[in-house]
Design a protein around this ligand. Structure first.
Ligand code: SF4
Length: 334
């Protein structure tokens, strides 16, 4: 069965002169690096993307970067009007926006609804008040709860993004954040371990020894545990971990933190490692069937799971099976 392809047309709208000071954010860098696109430029960006996307793809325009609903109202409506023309002509199927929880009100949702927005992603980051305060977010959990409830009452897809390892965070608090995201009925989530970026409050805290990043080992194991909660609840995980980019590299913008090009693969590999630990496998030769999209993760990052099983006396061949999904597996013994 062939699955429909999805594609987002990303449009970065920096929220210049943001009045908040999240400890992990370097606003000065954002303001100096990015200019705010005009509605005209947005049309050009969308057209450029559309020319390269094959027919039959489900396309969304995604306004990301800052807090979309925090930009001046007139400007926001200008952007939405341009994007909406593409929805109305059927060239794109939806509009996604990301914003802060405390920038969601019913009048704002009225506007988003009017101009065809289909998905709203909130940077929840944590549901613990102390973590939110220590991270300089400028709002508490009740703002996340209120926004999620307002969004849920309407026909939007709700995304709640979380960060791991913020100041004062613990594994238990991160697990609670994941459970709260499930309870607030999010459709989607993103999981980002916190990294220290140059020019941020967090950098100063890190230099003074007041903040420590998660080790790579902890970042992987915390991500794995929250991922289990989301998988079990059917919350779609759109992203796990940060990738190094030209900018986000040690010695450039990145000061410290768990970042790896294969972060997601490593987390899923750990998760499959747990699946095999829980499963009573018989020693000797066997064939394990897993879903096609899970095959590499089941084998493990750099063959980690297969090698671990082999050293314990399990001689396993992994095979993709189109009839299985997610973390289902079938074991055949020879
Ligand atoms: S992350 Fe925080 S400080 Fe940075 S732009 Fe968003 S709200 Fe403002």
């Amino acid at each position: 069965m062939s699955r429909k392809k999805h594609c987002n047309i990303p449009i970065f709208i920096p929220e210049l002169a943001c009045s908040h000071q999240c400890v992990f954010c370097n606003q000065e860098k954002i303001s100096n690096t990015f200019s705010v696109p005009t509605p005209n430029e947005i049309g050009q960006i969308i057209d450029r993307y559309l020319a390269t996307i094959s027919e039959g793809t489900e396309i969304n325009i995604a306004f990301f970067g800052g807090s979309f609903t925090g930009i001046p109202r007139e400007e926001m409506i200008h952007y939405l009007k341009v994007a909406h023309t593409y929805v109305k002509t059927g060239k794109v199927q939806g509009i996604r926006i990301s914003t802060r929880p405390d920038y969601i009100t019913n009048p704002i949702l009225d506007i988003l609804e009017q101009y065809g927005v289909t998905a709203i992603e909130l940077g929840a980051q944590s549901t613990n008040d102390k973590v939110l305060v220590k991270s300089g977010r400028g709002h508490r959990f009740d703002a996340i709860e209120n926004a999620a409830k307002l969004i849920r009452k309407r026909n939007f897809e709700l995304g709640l993004q979380m960060m791991l390892g913020l100041p004062y965070d613990t594994l238990e608090l991160s697990l609670q954040t994941a459970r709260d995201i499930v309870r607030l009925k999010a459709d989607t989530t993103r999981i980002y371990p916190t990294v220290v970026v140059k020019g941020t409050v967090l950098e100063k805290m890190y230099e003074k020894g007041e903040y420590q990043t998660l080790s790579m080992e902890d970042a992987l194991s915390w991500s794995k545990e929250v991922l289990k909660i989301f998988n079990e609840a059917g919350v779609k995980v759109l992203r796990v971990g940060l990738h190094p980019s030209e900018e986000l590299e040690l010695g450039k913008s990145l000061v410290a933190g768990p970042i790896h090009p294969s972060f997601k693969e490593m987390v899923l590999s750990e998760l499959w490692g747990d699946v095999f630990k829980d499963k009573q496998l018989h020693k000797g030769k066997s064939i394990i069937h897993v879903a096609k999209n899970q095959l590499n993760y089941a084998i493990g990052y750099k063959g980690k799971n297969r090698n671990a099983l082999l050293t314990k006396g399990f001689d396993i061949k992994f095979v993709a099976d189109e009839n299985l999904k997610d973390f289902e597996l079938d074991v055949c013994y020879n």
